[in-house]
Every structure is written in structure tokens, then in C-alpha cells.
Design a protein around this ligand. Structure first.
Ligand code: SF4
Ligand code: SF4
Length: 289
């Protein structure tokens, strides 16, 4: 059994006693909604809940795929809950959120990959909270991308986010079931349908990639018209998940952010605790929406 790398000082969980933190938790429990913040034990939960922002996970908690870096449970999911979009919209309104990220597990069992459910969530939030901006962080809709993108383009979010997660060489190991070229084309095809909606993607470092490979992925993203980037440190959620191959120093993340801006990303957030939705509101603001 490999001995895990010791965590450096810059990896630490920020806890918050902010009043909002407890309010958000209570309201989520009452609405029976899942957040990535809680399910993935995100290290930023104190800060984000304290500010009243959250990433909601719709379409259930069971994923049809099994990526070894991810601790979402694998299994046969339930059909989409038709009441979920309204429950989500009610909760967003009740918490007075002004920026919401909506994401889901992978739903290879659904004909549209869950796109219609995403569109209903966007529509329900817009009807009840017209000023709230909605970012979607979608699965790759592999095998059903045309239908899924047509549905999303008819009810577009304010930001379209799909994470590449890692470099192409590590896909077979880290993202079985996904395809690097497909994910890039998904982002590009959405941009072609909705040129005015910023696109966004993210990477985790520490799975065995090299710095050169990361730069190549960033170039590929720009070639496919992607506007915004997040890069964070991979943390092993459980002992059974892929182990951490390296901890990237904060200075190296700063260099990456500078390189991303030089490549033309409208906004790039890179840091050890950066997650796809970290400071999503500020990222969107910086990208001009
Ligand atoms: Fe939730 Fe994203 Fe904030 Fe983590 S970074 S707590 S997942 S909103
Ligand atoms: Fe986790 Fe997404 Fe992979 Fe499902 S598809 S196991 S939610 S990373």
C-alpha cells in the first residue's frame, strides 16, 4: 500500500462560524437538496456558505460512471424528480442567492443525458429570481451531445461550464467513459450555438500530469473558444480513490494563472483550493456578465 504524501501547509480546510453557513445548511436539509459543497467535502464550504453561495447537485446522488478520483456513489439512478427544479428555485429564492451553480452526476441512462432537467432548473430559477445568474456545470452528454446542446441552447445559462478535469494522457485511468476530444468539442459546439454565453472549464492537478501537459490543455481550450478557466489541487477524497501524485505550490498556480491570461482567457482562477465553482460569481463578473 502506497504511503500518502503528507499534506503541505497551504492545504487546509477553512471553517466558518458565519451565521449564513448554518442558515444555508438548515434550508438545504429542509428542501432535501444535495450540494457538491457538502457531498464532496469541499474545503471552501465555510467561505462559500458564509457568503450565501452554493453548488447544487440535481438528478440524484448516484452516478452511472465510476471515475476513480471522485467519491460520488455509483449505481442505477432514479428517474429525474419532476418537482426538483421548483424545489431548487424555491430554495434559491429563500436564500436570496444571486449566483447559483447547477451540476449533476452523469446520467448515461437518460436519452438527453439530463439536459432537459438542467433547462427546467434554469427556467424555474429565472422565473422566481430573475436577477440571479445561473451557471451550469454539465456532464459530457457523450453519445447525446447534439440533442443535449440543442435543449440547453434553447434555455441558456449565464455560464456554460464543463470540466476537462485532467490531461488527455490520464483520461483512461482517471475518466474512463469520457473522451478528451469529445469534451472539447462539447464546449465548442455550445459556443457555436450561443456565442454570447461564456464557456468555462477546469482542471485538477496532482493526478500525474506534467506542467507542459497542463499548458497544452490550456491551449486546446482556447482553440475551442473557452473563455474561463479554473485549476485546483486534486485531493484524495477517500483511501480507495486515486492517490495524490504531487502537491503543486501556490507560486506555480500563480504562474499558471498568468500564463492563462496571456493565452487570452477572460478569467483564470488557479490555486490549491480552487474548485470549479470557487468564487464563480466573481469569475463571471470579471468575464463581463
Ligand atoms: Fe461549493 Fe464550489 Fe464553494 Fe466548494 S467552491 S463550497 S463546491 S460553491
Ligand atoms: Fe464523479 Fe462525474 Fe465521474 Fe460521475 S462522471 S463518477 S460524478 S466525476
Amino acid at each position: 500500500v502506497a504511503v500518502p504524501l503528507p499534506k503541505p501547509d497551504w492545504i487546509r480546510v477553512r471553517l466558518s462560524q458565519a451565521e449564513n453557513f448554518h442558515t444555508v445548511k438548515r434550508v438545504l436539509r429542509e428542501a432535501k437538496l444535495h450540494t457538491v459543497c457538502e457531498e464532496a467535502s469541499c474545503p471552501n464550504i465555510g467561505e462559500c456558505f458564509g457568503k450565501g453561495t452554493a453548488t447544487f447537485m440535481v438528478l440524484g446522488a448516484l452516478c452511472t460512471r465510476r471515475c476513480p478520483f471522485c467519491d460520488v456513489a455509483h449505481g442505477r439512478p432514479q428517474p429525474p424528480d419532476p418537482l426538483e427544479p421548483q424545489h431548487l428555485a424555491d430554495t434559491v429564492a429563500r436564500l436570496g442567492l444571486n449566483y447559483v451553480v447547477v451540476t449533476s452526476v452523469d446520467r448515461d441512462d437518460l436519452r438527453d443525458g439530463g439536459a432537459a432537467h438542467f433547462a427546467e432548473c434554469i427556467g424555474a430559477i429565472r422565473r422566481q429570481s430573475p436577477a440571479t445568474r445561473v451557471e451550469v456545470l454539465t456532464p459530457d452528454f457523450r453519445g447525446r451531445a447534439t440533442l443535449a446542446l440543442d435543449i440547453l441552447a434553447a434555455s441558456p445559462p449565464d455560464v456554460m461550464n464543463h470540466n476537462l478535469e485532467t490531461v488527455p494522457r490520464l483520461y483512461r485511468q482517471a475518466r474512463p467513459g469520457a473522451d478528451y476530444g469529445h469534451s472539447l468539442r462539447l464546449l465548442q459546439s455550445f459556443k457555436q450555438r450561443c456565442p454570447y454565453v461564456p464557456t468555462k472549464s477546469g482542471l485538477m492537478l496532482g493526478l500525474g500530469e506534467t506542467d507542459e501537459e497542463v499548458l497544452e490543455v490550456m491551449h486546446d481550450l482556447r482553440l475551442h473558444g473557452v473563455d474561463m478557466l479554473t485549476v485546483g489541487q486534486y485531493l484524495q477524497p477517500r483511501p480507495g480513490n486515486l492517490s495524490v501524485q504531487r502537491y503543486v505550490a501556490p507560486e506555480q498556480f500563480d504562474r499558471l494563472a498568468a500564463q492563462a491570461r496571456a493565452m487570452g482567457f477572460a478569467h483564470a482562477v488557479c490555486g490549491p483550493l480552487v474548485r470549479s465553482s470557487y468564487h464563480a460569481d466573481r469569475q463571471a463578473h470579471a468575464a463581463g456578465i
